[in-house]
Design a protein around this ligand. Structure first.
Ligand code: NAP
Length: 254
């Protein structure tokens, strides 16, 4: 049984930890965007496959029996490629996707459909912006409108231009603590927070800190993702799916 995990997330790494050493051969795939990624256990391959066709060819060449798309909810291209490749190569596919965040009492959330829309609503919400949408896509905030704004940009690796004219970069990687997030909002006198609806616990404390401080939050909604793919929310559920499948594969192979 060979399981390929499309990774780049905490959940993908956790899934590899749970599966390695329990029977199946486990390969994790990383896109190669982060300079020094946290490596999962088991086999790891890095870099794109060359679209859905390339991924389908990889699945066949490496005799993959099960594909798990555990990529970030905002990595829509690879998720659609996984759906097409799995269908072409006749490999069962499961999506491991953490649920999105839900606004609670006291939250002042402003949902938007894109980073560009986030940039458009910002000037009405404040001048000092805490931008936590990653180092890609900063061009959306480099336009003439947001020039009057100041940005605190938090990302794992340093962003590349184009980026906002007035910004400070904070290189850091989650998980983050509530105390740390409170301190950050306070010392940088943040007026407004911008986040993707990534979900998960590792980066959620910023939302609690924003709620406590009465800080508005611009939340970028998730992109469209393949709908016909069976989906689970936790690495444990994905392990159960692999076990079920491995029983079926064993029975088929006699
Ligand atoms: P994307 O737009 O969906 O994918 C762009 C291309 O990158 C894909 O077509 C594929 O290239 C390659 N790729 C993406 N994930 C891959 C993987 N796990 N293994 C091998 N190739 C992969 O993805 P993205 O938004 O740039 O994100 C890249 C990676 O970073 C993802 O694996 C994701 O889990 C992780 N990540 C993304 C975000 C985010 O906000 N987007 C946040 C945290 C982590 P080919 O077509 O050549 O196969």
């Amino acid at each position: 049984m060979h399981v390929l995990i499309l990774g780049g997330t905490t959940e993908a790494r956790r899934l590899a930890e749970l599966l390695v050493g329990t029977g199946p051969r486990v390969t994790s795939s990383l896109a190669g965007r982060v300079a020094a990624p946290r490596m999962p256990p088991g086999e790891v391959r890095v870099g794109g496959f060359g679209g859905a066709e390339g991924l389908a060819a990889w699945l066949a060449a490496h005799h993959v029996d099960a594909l798990i798309d555990a990529t970030h909810p905002f990595a829509g291209t690879i998720s659609f490629n996984a759906a097409r490749a799995a269908a072409t190569a006749h490999v069962p596919l499961l999506a491991l996707r953490r649920p999105g965040w839900v606004a609670g009492d006291g939250d002042d959330w402003h949902p938007v459909g894109s980073l560009e829309e986030a940039a458009r609503v910002l000037p009405a919400l404040g001048e000092r912006v805490f931008l936590t949408t990653g180092r890609m896509g900063l061009a959306a905030f480099a336009g003439p409108g947001p020039d009057a704004l100041w940005f605190l940009v938090r990302s794992v690796d340093a962003p590349e231009p184009p980026f906002p004219a007035r910004m400070e970069v904070l290189l850091d990687r989650g998980p983050f603590t509530l105390d740390g997030e409170r301190e950050l909002l306070r010392t940088h006198r943040i007026d407004v927070l911008v986040t993707k609806d990534s979900g998960g616990a590792a980066t959620a404390p910023k939302l609690v800190a924003a709620r406590e401080a009465g800080t508005p939050v611009v939340v970028v909604r998730r992109p469209a993702l393949p709908e016909a793919v069976p989906e689970v929310a936790t690495p444990g559920e994905a392990v159960a799916w692999v076990r079920l499948l491995s029983g079926q594969v064993r029975a088929r192979r006699g």
